[in-house]
Every structure is written in structure tokens, then in C-alpha cells.
Write a protein that binds this ligand. Structure first.
Ligand code: SAM
Ligand code: SF4
Length: 332
């Protein structure tokens, strides 16, 4: 079995799979209010998604993350998770995990655990119900909080992802830290990234995390942590709580040199970098043959042109988003 090594010597061991572009929320930094979604016939079936993920596992991928859109609104998603978990049993995979807005966790938390999921990321930007509704447009905070209870009751380890938004949640980050750490959850702060037209000015929302960190340091003791998850987050430990805060800073600090991941959409398009438009169509080779050989060849060829890094900038003088597709296409 050959591994996936890109032209810069980086091994690709992590696949993020957007299982749907649809969502029950319309977060202001992610989607415009009136989104046009893909026609259902363009989506890969769950069986095709399984075949696609399994081909990557054959090529040495050790970690799968299901994302979206909202992964838990994809009908019958649990059957995909259960089926992929066979790779956990054979030790071909280390982990299957999920990034979710939490709204459907009351329904699915226990099943996720039964299917072999141990950790999930839940995205939550504020604890204020009205603010929450403003940010997500369609979401209800109490439903997400019930989802978190269900997840923790079922034994899932939860990490909270929070997008830092100027004038929206910058004043409330202390509360988020106290709350998340008080519930034994780490918290990762994320800078907004310029993906897709969203109908508002991104430069108004954009809050550089080095500014946030300087501000937090006035009230908290942040100790540099060697903790790494193989992802882009850099961590500090908060002395007062004993738990970690992660910072994902694509704009202020580039982390591409250690990139170990690629992303595939629900239509089988492989993006070798979140911040670049270059992509490879895997649906055609997937459907062309019952054998996985054409698919594996297409994956190998695509990894051979994984770029060195992204070109994100958020700048009032830049008229267009850095890439046209929305975050919900690739799932972050
Ligand atoms: N619906 C799920 C959720 O919200 O967790 C999974 C998909 S969502 C696209 C994945 C992550 O991307 C979420 O944490 C969300 O906050 C983040 N995100 C969405 N748009 C973003 C943007 N423009 N910049 C930075 N993060 C973004
Ligand atoms: Fe949906 Fe997640 Fe995008 Fe919010 S961030 S609109 S929950 S996909």
C-alpha cells in the first residue's frame, strides 16, 4: 500500500468529508441567508461516500472527520458512520470524528458513541440566546445546549469551536472560556476566513486572534502548551482553569508547512487546500468502474499537486473573497 506524500514531503493522513452542503442554520460568516444548495442527484450516495473514504484509508489516511454543511442533517448518516467504523476495528483508522453545530445531538449523540465516535467538535460562538439567533439566523441556543448535555451524557469528549467576531462575541470570550472549561471542554478560537460571498463585509467581522490573545492575557495566565492534534491549532493552557485554548490563525500566522489534510465535498470533489481553488473530480473515476483502481489513481494524481499553502487575505481593498466557494462546501 503506497502512502499519500505530497510534493513538499507532507504525508496526507487526515481526510475531512463534507457529507452535505445543507444546514439547519445560516451562520452569518458561513452562508448568505438565501443559499442555493446542490441538487440531490449531484450528491454521492452514502455507499459512494463509504467507498471514497475507504479508498483514502487504503492510502494511509488515519483520521476521518465528517462535516458539512451540517453533517447530522444528512439522512441516514449514522449508517455511514457505522459502516466506516469497520476500519476502526481493523486498526486501519485511528479515529472517526465529527464537526457539528450541535442542533441534532439530542437525537444522535448516543448512536454516535455506539458507532465508535469518541470525540466531536461543536461550533458555538456565544452563550447569549439572542446573539446566538443573530449569528446563526435560524438556530436556537437551548437546542444546542441540550445537544451538548446529550453528547457529554453519552460519553463523548467535546471541543468547542468559536469563530471570533469583532463587535459580536469579542466581549463575551471570557464567559465562553469559563463556561467551556467549567464543563471539561477545551475551546478553540478561529479567525474568520474569506470563503464565499456572504452578503456582509468580512473586514467588519474579522478579528485577528493575536489581538484577542493580548486582551485575554490581561485577565488570564496563558501558558504556551506543546499540545498538538496534528491540526493547525496552537494551544495555551489557562493556569486559572487548567484547560486549553486553541488558536486557529490562518490569517495572522500561516501553518501550511505542517498540513496533513485534504477535503472532499459531498459531490466527490477533492480540494487539496482549503484556501485554493484547485480541485480534482473523484466522482467520475468512482462511478466509472467497480474497481477502485481508477479512483486510487485519481487520488494519487491529485495529491501530487497539493499546493504549498493558501493565499488568504482579508483586506478592504480586495473586492472578492479569496475563494468563491462557501465554507459549507468543504466544512472548514
Ligand atoms: N455545521 C457544522 C458546524 O458548524 O460545526 C460543520 C460545518 S462548519 C462549515 C465547520 C466550521 O467552520 C464551524 O466551526 C464554523 O464556525 C466554521 N466556519 C464557517 N465559516 C467560516 C469562515 N468563513 N471562517 C472561519 N470559520 C468558519
Ligand atoms: Fe451551518 Fe456550520 Fe455553516 Fe453555521 S457554520 S451555517 S452551522 S455549516
Amino acid at each position: 500500500m503506497s502512502e499519500l506524500i505530497d510534493p513538499f514531503g507532507r504525508a496526507v493522513t487526515y481526510l475531512r468529508v463534507s457529507v452535505t452542503d445543507r444546514c439547519d442554520f445560516r451562520c452569518v460568516y458561513c452562508m448568505s441567508e438565501h443559499m442555493t444548495f446542490l441538487p440531490r442527484r449531484d450528491l454521492l450516495t452514502l455507499e459512494e461516500l463509504d467507498r471514497l473514504c475507504s479508498a483514502f484509508v487504503r492510502r494511509g489516511v488515519r483520521k476521518l472527520r465528517l462535516t458539512g454543511g451540517e453533517p447530522l442533517v444528512r439522512r441516514n448518516l449514522m449508517s455511514l458512520v457505522r459502516s466506516l467504523s469497520r476500519h476502526l476495528e481493523t486498526d486501519a483508522l485511528d479515529e472517526i470524528t465529527l464537526t457539528t453545530n450541535g442542533s441534532q445531538l439530542p437525537k444522535f449523540a448516543a448512536e454516535l458513541v455506539e458507532a465508535g465516535v469518541r470525540r466531536i467538535n461543536v461550533s458555538l460562538d456565544t452563550l447569549d440566546p439572542e446573539r446566538f439567533h443573530e449569528i446563526t439566523r435560524w438556530g436556537q441556543l437551548d437546542q444546542v445546549l441540550r445537544g451538548l448535555d446529550a453528547a457529554q451524557d453519552a460519553g463523548l469528549k467535546v471541543k468547542i469551536n468559536t469563530v471570533a467576531l469583532r463587535g459580536v462575541n469579542d466581549e463575551a470570550l471570557d464567559d465562553m472560556i469559563r463556561w467551556a472549561h467549567g464543563r471539561d471542554m477545551d475551546l478553540t478560537l478561529i479567525e474568520t476566513m474569506p470563503l464565499g460571498e456572504i452578503g456582509v463585509e468580512r473586514a467588519d467581522q474579522y478579528l485577528p486572534l493575536d489581538e484577542v490573545r493580548r486582551d485575554l492575557e490581561r485577565r488570564w495566565t496563558l501558558i504556551e502548551s506543546p499540545h498538538r492534534t496534528g491540526g493547525p491549532a496552537r494551544y495555551v493552557e489557562v493556569a486559572e482553569t487548567g484547560r486549553r485554548i486553541g488558536f486557529i490563525t490562518p490569517l495572522t500566522h500561516n501553518f501550511c508547512e505542517s498540513c496533513n489534510r485534504v477535503r472532499v465535498t459531498c459531490t466527490g470533489t477533492l480540494y487539496m487546500c482549503l484556501g485554493q481553488d484547485d480541485a480534482a473530480d473523484l466522482r467520475t473515476p468512482l462511478r466509472a468502474s467497480e474497481s477502485d483502481e481508477p479512483l486510487l489513481a485519481a487520488i494519487d494524481e491529485a495529491i501530487g499537486r497539493k499546493p504549498k499553502g493558501h493565499d488568504f487575505v482579508i483586506d478592504r481593498t480586495a473586492p472578492m473573497p479569496a475563494v468563491e466557494r462557501h465554507m459549507s462546501v468543504t466544512g472548514g
